[in-house]
Design a protein around this ligand. Sequence first.
Ligand code: GDP
Ligand code: MG
Length: 537
Amino acid sequence: FPSDKIRNFSIIAHIDHGKSTLADRLMELTGTIKKGHGQPQYLDKLQVERERGITVKAQTATMFYENKVKDQEASGFLLNLIDTPGHVDFSYEVSRSLSACQGALLVVDAAQGVQAQTVANFYLAFEANLTIVPVINKIDQPTADPDRVKAQLKSMFDLDTDEVLLVSAKTGLGLEHVLPAVIERIPPPPGISDSPLRMLLFDSFFNEYKGVVCYVSVVDGMLRKGDKVSFAATGQSYEVLDVGIMHPELTSTGMLLTGQVGYIVTGMRTTKEARIGDTIYRTKTTVEPLPGFKPVRHMVFSGVYPADGSDFEALTHAIEKLTCNDASVSVAKETSAALGMGFRCGFLGLLHMDVFHQRLEQEYGTQVISTIPTVPYTFEYSDGSKLQVQNPAALPSNPKYRVTASWEPTVIATIILPSEYVGALDILLNGQAVDALATIVHNQKAYRVGKELVEKLKNFIERQMFEVMIQAAIGSKIIARDTISAMRKNVLAKCYGGDITRKKKLLEKQKEGKKRMKRVGSVDIPHEAFQQILKVS
Ligand code: GDP
Ligand code: MG
C-alpha cells in the first residue's frame, strides 16, 4: 500500500455518543469482523470495559476497503481506525491516539448535542491539526434533532453544516457515506518512504506469550521482521521478532510501510523499556526524534497495598505489567506502618483510579487495599522552605517551622452553557452595555452584585455635561439603577440682563444639546476608575 492509499483516523466523542458502536459497524462493513458475530462494542475488550459499558483504552483496528467512486475503477484502501474513550479521565488515551492520525470522526449524539467532552476532544484534534469529519449519530432516536446539532457544530466549532454526516450506528442508516468521506477529506499520512525509518511508540501492552507488544505508527521509511531497531529515549537496541497489524487481532504481516499503524515485538525484558512517546529508528542511523507527548499531570494520589502483606512481589509484577498498558499512572514505592510495603500511585482522576484497581484485580488477580485518595498539596514554612505532599503521612506533625501558607491545585476552567442558564449581568451606561464591566454571576447573587457595581460606578465616574444613567441588567431586565446628574454650564453668563425670550431659547437649546449628547455621547470612564471598579467588585 503506497501511503496515498492509507488513511489513519480516530473516532472521538463525548461518552456514550456511540463511538464504539460506530467502530463495530465500520469493521463489519469492511469485513474486518463478521456481522452479528462477536459482542457489541467489539473493541471494548477489557472486562472492566464490558462491565462498565465504557471504553477506557484506545484500540486500533486496521481495515481494508474498496472505494468505488462513480465511473472510476474501485481502488483499495488501508484504513486504520482508533476507537477512543470519552471520559475526561482518559483523555491522555485520546491525545496519544490522535498523534498516530491525520483525521478524526467527531461523533455527536443527535439528541444530546454537543457535550463537555465533545468540546474537549474537538480541541485536542484541532490543536493536533487533524481534519475533522463531523458525524451526527443516533438519528433513529425519536428525540433526535440533527438540525439543532448542526447549528451547534457551526456556531461552536465553525464546522461547515453541509459536511456533517447523519448516521445511525444502530440501524446502519447513512453509514455508507462515512468511509468515502474519510478517504476524500482526510489527507494520507505525510511521511517519506525512502527516508530512514522513524516510528512513534504510541501505546504498548504486556502479553504472556509475546512479552511487551509495542503499538507503533511508521512516520518515515519501512520496517521488516528481523530488522535491528533502537529506541531514542532508552538507547536500547533490539531485533524485531514479529511485526504486523491489528486486524483487529494481532496479525503478522512481516513488514510495515510508511504511514501504517501496527505492532512490533522485540523481546524486551522489562516493561520499562517501552517508553510511550519514544522514537524508534533503524540501529546505526541518525534521525531527528519525533516530538513525543506532553508529560501527564496527576490529579489524585493514593496508596496501593497488597491485601495480603506477603503478596508484595506479586503486586509489583502486576503493577509493572499494567502500567505498560497505562502509561498515565505514576508509581513510587512507599511504606506504611499499618499496611507494610506498597506503592503511591498518581492518577488522572477518580474513575481512572477505580479502573486501575479493578484491572489489577481482574487482569492480574491481585487483591489490593487502596488508601483514601488525596490531591497534591504544597506547604510553605516560616523559614521560606516548601514541602510537596502527596501522602498525608508525609506531613510532619511537629514541624520545626510554622506553616505560613498551603496550596491545593486549582483549575482554570471555561464553562460553556446555554444562555438561559447564565445570570449574565450587563452594566449599561446611558443604555449602552460596557463589555468590560459585564460579569457572569450566579442568579442568587446577581441583585447584590448589580447594586454594588452601580454604587461604585457612581462614585468613580465624574460628573459630565450630561446626565449619566447607570444600570445593571440581566438580559433586558434592569435590576439596579442610579444617575449622575449633569454639570450645569451657565449658558446665561453671557447674557447681561435683558431679554427673557432669548434666555428661554438658550435654555431650550441647552436642553436639546444635552439630549443629543445623551443619545450619542459615550461616557468617559478614567482608566484608574476602571481598575478600581474591577478590583473591588
Ligand atoms: P461510546 O461511549 O461513544 O463508545 O458509545 P457506545 O458505542 O458504547 O454506545 C453507547 C450506547 O448508545 C449503547 O447503548 C449503544 O447501543 C447506543 N447507540 C450507539 N449508536 C446508536 C444509534 O445510532 N442509535 C441508538 N438509538 N443508540 C445507539
Ligand atoms: Mg466506547
